[in-house]
Design a protein around this ligand. Structure first.
Ligand SMILES: *Cc1c(COP(=O)(O)O)cnc(C)c1O
Length: 402
């Protein structure tokens, strides 16, 4: 039984074409409904069989057909194939959010009595899901300090199913050494999962390091316009099929219109990344040289502790720049309130420059001592540079720092 039209047509992946070309064209038929130059939004929740013979052809003889919205949609299908092509993956499933992609993937891979290992500066909700919710189903989780590869190896048990990490991480832009991950995974025969949201397929290809499953919050750079939520999981067909099967039951689907917006956002993905990589570095350098900034965290800076690893496994460093302002919570607030171009908002990777104060926004429920133990200081800010002119972003930051 096939639920999509063109799963096996490799031409849609446009092998050998550049990433800008793939971002515009991959996943599509050359000519579409009404010869529309854009991918049509197939706004439907269900699909009609022409007659009972058509049902038999679909169920018994494997004829391609969409059956029901939760199991697939033509607009969504193009988004999946385009992302597979851009990321260099055999297969992809898209979801209604990044968290839906992450939780469905993890649930598809574990069973009771399994054990998983995750690094401690993973996305907060991912950590929460692994440490709090998985326990309920008898799945044990060890959280190891990021960058401590000895602790990571020690955490591995016979029942360990996978290692989950991110690179770069949030908010300190730490870089996971994917060569060491490959080595561990090989020696212990483990699956490896990398949330590659911050690096994007423009800057890093975890599959080159033997990573089995790559996850993205497509809400961020991939869609790129701060207007939708979406997620994606990519990897070998066999593994992705297991995740797709559970996705159909859990149902965190992306709707057709959102799929269209993801496709539309992707068309400028490579263009945006070029500019955001450039502006990210420019803004990071400006901040590093500013007397009112204590410390800047950006993997493209020579001062970043894992700069060498970053250079070895990435081709660009993105546009998230974290920094400590010289002063206390009130100084950070004064700075934020003076900004005129940058918006105070969570999220990253979109065209608008956003800035967030992790202590106030994401860690407000815990005490100051607990936050400091996690490394989240009152003076820490995370800037997500958009596609405005870098000089305008810099002058906004500069006037707010006066
Ligand atoms: C935003 C984000 C997520 C969650 O994605 P949503 O689309 O918001 O559900 C997961 N991981 C990372 C690294 C993120 O930045």
């Amino acid at each position: 039984m096939k639920d999509t039209y063109s799963t096996d047509d490799e031409n849609h992946k446009m092998p050998g074409k550049g990433i800008s070309t793939l971002s515009v064209h991959a996943g599509e038929e050359r000519f579409r409904y009404a010869d529309s130059i854009t991918t049509p939004i197939v706004q439907t929740s269900t699909y009609a069989f022409k007659n009972t013979e058509h049902i038999d052809a679909y169920t018994r003889r494997g004829e391609a057909h969409f059956e029901y919205g939760r199991y697939g949609n033509p607009t969504e299908k193009v988004a999946q194939d385009r992302l597979s092509a851009i990321c260099g993956a055999e297969d992809c499933v898209v979801f209604g959010s990044g968290m839906s992609a992450i939780t469905t993937t993890i649930l598809a891979l574990v069973k009771s009595k399994d054990h998983i290992v995750i690094t401690d500066d993973a996305y907060k909700k991912t950590l929460e899901f692994c440490s709090a919710y998985l326990q309920r189903f008898g799945v044990d989780c060890t959280i190891v300090p990021f960058g401590d590869y000895e602790a990571l190896e020690k955490a591995i048990r016979p029942e360990t199913r996978f290692i989950f990490s991110e690179s770069p991480t949030n908010p300190y832009l730490n870089i996971f050494d994917l060569e060491r991950l490959r080595d561990l995974a090989k020696r212990y025969n483990l699956l490896t999962l990398i949330d590659s949201t911050f690096s994007t397929p423009f800057n890093q290809c975890p599959f080159d390091f033997g990573v089995d499953i790559v996850l993205h919050s497509a809400t961020k750079y991939l869609a790129g316009h701060n207007d939708i939520l979406a997620g994606a999981v990519l990897g070998k067909k066999e593994l992705i099929e297991e995740i797709r099967a559970l996705h159909k039951a859990i149902g965190g689907v992306i709707d057709p219109h959102c799929s269209y917006l993801l496709l539309r956002g992707l068309k400028t993905f490579a263009l945006r990344m070029e500019q955001q990589n450039r502006s990210g570095l420019e803004v990071a350098r400006f901040l590093e040289n500013h007397p009112r900034i204590k410390r800047v965290y950006y993997p493209g800076l020579e001062s970043h502790p894992q700069h060498e690893i970053a250079k070895a496994q990435m081709t660009g460093f993105g546009s998230v720049v974290s920094f400590d302002i010289d002063g206390d919570l009130d100084d950070a607030k004064v700075f934020l309130d003076k900004l005129k171009l940058c918006y105070i908002a969570p999220s990253l990777g979109g065209v608008e420059t956003l800035i967030t104060h992790p202590a106030l926004v994401s860690y407000y429920t815990i005490t100051r001592e607990e936050r400091y133990a996690l490394g989240i200081t009152d003076s820490l800010l995370r800037l997500a540079v958009g596609v405005e002119n870098a000089c305008d972003i810099i002058s906004d930051l500069d006037q707010a720092l006066q």
